[in-house]
Design a protein around this ligand. Structure first.
Ligand code: SAM
Length: 323
């Protein structure tokens, strides 16, 4: 599987060279490349963010920089920005008016934003200088003049494009399983207040399979950790990734009747006065399986009743129903 990751902190992904993920790369099962989004900027500050249209705190990642980067990595032509309609009007609030005089002019917002962007960039100036040192802007090769007209043409060999986003649907084991069969994944890590929402919209319209996922009901500083989480969940399901393939068969959230796993024990049978359940020492596989299944059902009911509610009745046997 080929994996491209775009981030303003590509160094985050050096940890992917460790452990099983590192081994999978050595074996040629995974080919991971972390790209620096700032490589696709053209200004002296290598800015990737701008003030939010409509006002508000923080900065939003600019669509132009992301687009140059994604066009190149997705192998899509970059339309000539001069051909884009420039009479775009952004309503800011209910008080926004539709009259021409009071309508918001994007070029004014953009000019003001340069000042704020400089402030934001000053905070990261040291890190940015290190990151961009020796950078070449790569976009020239990717430039073309027109958008693809045939959707199938652009979607045929393109990767699945994934943006982590706390306000998106939750990433689940089901998604990990599906994506473990993909040939090529491209992750885009958000920062600041997130990325301009038109970025995923635009690539969906080009026929790209675009996914946005949250990894949980909390907010992180950036998408790097979220991408690492998704990547690990996806790649460990690839055939050949785990030393022992059986270890991913009976796990929490796995299979048709997805439950939390039963509790786990190892030797010794008694540790600091605490005993492992007697049945696990019986050698009776049928009894052990039943014990574990009952425990999985009971724990899931206590901890994640939503999973029990979502269970397909067909995934339950007679003994399950008693539990
Ligand atoms: N303003 C956004 C909100 O309130 O929904 C939060 C932006 S967050 C500070 C910056 C970036 O971190 C996001 O664009 C996303 O890429 C990533 N991120 C933060 N929390 C995440 C989560 N729970 N799941 C996935 N990505 C997350």
């Amino acid at each position: 599987m080929k994996i491209d990751i775009v981030s303003v902190f590509p160094e985050y992904f050096e940890v992917l060279n460790l452990s099983l993920m590192g081994k999978a790369q050595s074996k040629g099962l995974l080919e991971i490349t972390a790209h620096n989004l700032r490589d696709w900027t053209h200004d002296v500050h290598h800015s990737v963010d701008d003030t939010p249209v409509g006002g508000g705190a923080g900065m939003v990642m600019k669509p132009e920089v992301w687009a140059e980067c994604l066009d190149e990595l997705l192998g899509l032509p970059t339309p000539n920005e001069d051909d884009s309609p420039d009479e775009l009007v952004f309503p800011t609030s209910e008080s926004a008016t539709s009259t021409t005089e009071e309508a918001l002019d994007f070029s004014e917002i953009h000019d003001d934003a340069i000042f704020d962007d400089d402030i934001e960039d000053t905070e990261n100036a040291g890190e940015i200088a290190d990151i961009v040192d020796g950078n070449e802007n790569k976009s020239e090769a990717a430039k073309a003049t027109s958008l693809p007209t045939d959707e199938s043409e652009s979607s045929s060999a393109t990767p699945v494009l994934i943006f982590p986003n706390p306000s998106a649907p939750l990433f689940t084991q089901r998604d990990a399983t599906e994506l473990s069969h993909a040939e090529h994944l491209l992750f885009g890590c958000g920062r600041y207040e997130g990325y301009d929402s038109r970025i995923p919209d635009y690539y969906r319209a080009q026929g790209v399979d675009v996914r946005e996922y949250s990894i949980g009901d909390y907010v992180l500083n950036g998408g790097e950790v979220a991408v690492s989480v998704m990547l690990e969940a996806i790649t460990r399901l690839m055939p050949g990734f785990m030393g022992n393939p059986d270890s991913i068969v009976e796990e929490s959230y796995t299979g048709e009747g997805a439950l939390l796993e039963h509790r786990q024990y190892t030797k010794p049978a008694v540790w600091r006065g605490l005993k492992v359940p007697e049945v696990l020492l019986s050698g009776d596989h049928g009894k052990v399986d039943r014990f574990r299944r009952d425990e999985a059902l009971t724990r899931t009911n206590e901890i994640r009743p939503d999973l029990i509610e979502a269970l397909d009745c067909k995934a339950l046997d007679k003994a399950d129903r008693k539990t």
